[in-house]
Design a protein around this ligand. Structure first.
Ligand SMILES: Cc1cc2nc3c(=O)[nH]c(=O)nc-3n(C[C@H](O)[C@H](O)[C@H](O)COP(=O)(O)O)c2cc1C
Length: 177
């Protein structure tokens, strides 16, 4: 059984809450969940997994949650090879007060890990979301799973179960064996 590494940057717990639901959906025995606040050493540990779920909320104006800053610096300096790695992105945002940069941090991870060779699964339709702008849209879909605990918490579980189905359909077959 190949394990899934779930790495999470979450300041107020919103993204961690969804990370724990993902862990439950894929099975605790299959998932290693890591809070970057406590657990980050270096990017080599990411490379131990073929499947990675990255959780990152958006702060500032479209910026990554602060625990992702160091891994992204290491990515830029050390230029590790993520080819052959499959990544799924998820993260909290606020579609009202930050409607102009809704979950844009997902785009930062998408571009930077994509530049190091990673492949992505879990693009999610924008239908049902209301916001002005997001950098995290490519080819008409979000590059990962966005959710809004502040304004639309009641929609998260239904959206998440749809996303889990997308992930299961797109994951390499050996990862689910
Ligand atoms: C100062 C500040 C800036 C924020 N900037 C953004 C933003 O640019 N885009 C967005 O979608 N959400 C933004 N948010 C909303 C947070 O992403 C939201 O509160 C989220 O639930 C935090 O998730 P976390 O607890 O996992 O860190 C911002 C919130 C604050 C307080």
């Amino acid at each position: 059984m190949s394990k899934i590494g779930i790495y999470v940057g979450s300041s107020t717990g919103s993204t961690m809450q969804v990370a724990k639901k993902l862990e439950a959906a894929f099975g605790e025995e299959r998932c290693d969940i890591k809070d970057l606040e406590d657990d980050y050493m270096d990017l080599d540990e990411f490379l131990e997994y073929d499947i990675l779920f990255f959780g990152c909320s958006t702060w500032g104006s479209g910026e990554v949650q602060y625990n992702w800053v160091e891994p992204l610096q290491d990515l830029q300096i050390n230029k590790p090879d993520f080819s052959g790695k499959t990544i799924a992105l998820f993260g909290a945002g606020d579609c009202k007060d930050h409607s102009e940069q809704f979950v844009s941090a997902l785009a930062v991870l998408y571009d930077k890990f994509g530049a190091r060779g990673a492949s992505f699964i879990g693009a999610f339709p924008t239908d049902g979301y209301t916001f002005d702008h997001s950098e995290a849209i490519r080819d008409g879909k979000f590059v990962g799973f966005p959710f809004d605990r502040v304004n639309e918490d009641d929609k998260t579980d239904e959206r998440l179960s749809r996303w889990v189905e997308v992930l299961k359909a797109e994951m390499p077959a050996e990862a689910l064996a």
